[in-house]
Design a protein around this ligand. Sequence first.
Ligand code: NAD
Length: 462
Amino acid sequence: MSVNEQMVQDIVQGVMAKMQLGADVSGKRGVFQGMEEAIEAAKKAQKYIHSMSIDQREKIITGIRKKTVENAEILARMAVEETGMGNVGHKILKHQLVAEKTPGTEDIKTTAWSGDRGLTLVEMGPFGVIGAITPTTNPSETIICNTIGMLAGGNTVVFSPHPVATKTSIFAVNMLNEASVEAGGPDNIACTVEKPSIENSNIMMKHKDIPLIVATGGPGVVTAVLSSGKRGIGAGAGNPPALVDETADIRKAAEDIVNGCTFDNNLPCIAEKEIVAIDSIADELMNYMINEQGCYLISKEEQDKLTEVVLQNGRLNRKCVGRDAKTLLAMIGIQVDDNIRCITFEGEKEHPLIAEELMMPILGIVRAKDFDDAVEKAVWLEHGNRHSAHIHSKNVDRITQYAKAIDTAILVKNGPSYAALGFGGEGYCTFTIASRTGEGLTSASSFVKRRRCVMTDSLCIR
Ligand code: NAD
């Protein structure tokens, strides 16, 4: 088939898709009143996607990247306004990162064996319609990132977003479908419901046409998905410790850790949530944090007040999550300048502001007597999530010891946590890190089925 014929076929398919899939109810593309309707529309769209060339899929992805960059500021402002969480400037950067560094169709690779008995391929095929549950902390970033990867694999997706981020999630879903239609693809490559809820999530999880569920969120949702009886990818909670030993560049460690911790007000699940520092350098580290990196040292009494506000009766206060340090300090009656970006104190590892995953710029420091003690404390603080951990050390043997002991999907050495997402570090970006089910940093190749295609006794031309 010549290139022109292929292009004509793609355009015709796009037009047919638009004619046959019907309009959604809210005026926004891909948004439906009921979950059943959303799944049905995504199913029809998937048939079109699967019949299109890979080149055409990639064109849609290129359109999504472009629109994400164009709408980065709108999406960032909308998410901060709607959820009350995070930082507009940092959210713009997160959208740019998703647009530029989420892998597309190039991530889907075929494996081949050829020899005397013929040719065997393992090819990656789509699951069909994937059900995806998304968090409040990176609402549109996760929706866009998931859609690029799932579409690259030939799937379409139905989202069940967190109700707190409904408006932002609907804006993102509409934008994704606009990009598809403008690139000659079908409407409804990504679908959702007007009013997201746990009930709608449950309908999606039990639906016969959803063979794979991808959950990005806290422990509750990951457990729900893994109990659904379906194949599940579970991207759950973390509580990443940053370990600092005496061989590190202490001044740089202070800068990197505070930069990582305060990025988007500590919302990323990979962000530094506490520090474990070896005794001999702990004071020096705190000194740099307080005097050069905008950290505010709180007293024992202030720690107690903050604990009461942040963990009301032991439950995480949603009104504190993703708020900046100035706002959090104001909640306990402390007024500070804009240059204060993080709250710090020294405490035992069991201190609730250290042991809990708070998702706000509070960085407690736990002192360790030596490296072995530091590793033990950091492993305890990670709570077996096997999600993310960080280390500042120049001793390769120690880094190896820590990596083996903590066994996380992500381990950043001598840099801020966001380097793990390809921001100031090598590698691709994702907003779904499946530590619990083992896929690690998900991408298109996480959302496909392996299929073996065998030709016996021919096609080997060696
Ligand atoms: P959350 O667990 O409150 O909500 C996440 C999603 O799950 C939402 O869409 C919510 O509606 C849904 N949900 C919650 N309980 C459910 C249940 N029982 N059944 C069906 N759906 C359910 O989390 P959040 O506050 O939105 O996000 C923060 C959490 O997510 C943190 O723990 C953070 O570490 C984690 N997170 C992990 C990753 C990752 O890639 N591993 C990425 C972002 C956030």
